[in-house]
Design a protein around this ligand. Structure first.
Ligand code: NI
Length: 262
């Protein structure tokens, strides 16, 4: 069984003491590809350095909505430069977060659109963070889809990571060229909506992720998460859909390869 962890943060300080061991455990668990994402310029440099050291690790560079307040003049040009590194396969994570910080919504929107623009220019997919901003995210993506013809027809444009919207929202995202990705929260006992949503959505449009070191799946909830645990997400989807875990692992890895052009 081979798995693709489509969203993790391997350069987070939580891994400083044992990063190489964490990556080795992932490989031992069959996680043969990992996409590690940045949140600002410093982490954009760090994810590239890590991806240069490991064939199994790919990088996404960008400015996270929670980091826009600290971004400096010049950061923008640096992201553009870094995005052209051969191990960079996506712009991310980018998006909107109305949960943690409502004071920067205009600035978040500005960065979100600028980075969507950059991704289209470089023909890279985007990894999107959406917290309590479903309507604005879909509205923004729809505007881009209408006016941006730089992506080839049918070419996937990105993924809504840690998807927390409805079945209807997911279908709109599919129409706009997006996949949805699921992580730890679909395994939580109090997430009553997850089984229904997982059953309703086609496996061909789903990616899996850990978002490690955050959001460890049940029964590890509250502990540090790591890419080796992505099998628990595949397991949960397999249970909900009544499919063998091998099929979920294979199809989600294939979806990620299609999205990230690997
Ligand atoms: Ni993340």
């Amino acid at each position: 069984m081979t798995l693709f962890d489509s969203h993790c943060h391997l350069t987070a300080e939580q891994f400083d003491a044992d990063r190489d061991a964490v990556i080795q455990r992932a490989l031992d668990a069959g996680v043969t590809r990992m996409l590690t994402l940045a949140t600002d310029v410093a982490s954009s440099r760090a994810v590239i350095e890590l991806a240069e050291r490991y064939a199994c690790i790919y990088a996404a560079v960008g400015i996270h909505p929670e980091s826009v307040g600290q971004a400096e003049t010049g950061d923008w040009g640096l992201i553009r430069e870094l995005a052209q590194h051969p191990k960079v396969i996506a712009i991310g994570e980018i998006g909107l977060d109305y949960y943690w910080d409502k004071t920067t919504t205009a600035l978040q929107q500005h960065f979100f659109e600028k980075q969507l623009e950059l991704a289209a220019e470089l023909n890279l997919p985007v990894a999107i963070h959406d917290r309590d901003a479903h309507d604005k995210i879909i509205g923004t993506l729809r505007n881009f889809a209408i006016r941006d013809t730089r992506y080839a027809i049918g070419e996937p444009r990105g993924v809504l990571h840690a998807f927390s919207g409805s079945v209807e929202m997911a279908r709109t995202a599919f129409d706009l060229g997006f996949f949805v990705s699921f992580g730890g929260p679909v395994t939580f006992k109090n997430n009553k909506r997850a089984p229904e949503i997982l059953r309703a959505l086609p496996l061909e449009k789903i990616l899996i992720e850990t978002d490690s070191p955050y959001l460890a799946p049940h029964p590890l909830r509250g502990k540090r998460n790591e890419p080796a645990h992505v099998n628990l997400i595949a397991q949960r989807i397999a249970e909900c859909k009544g499919l063998p875990i091998e099929q979920v692992a294979m199809q989600t890895a294939q979806n990620a390869k299609e999205l990230f052009r690997l």
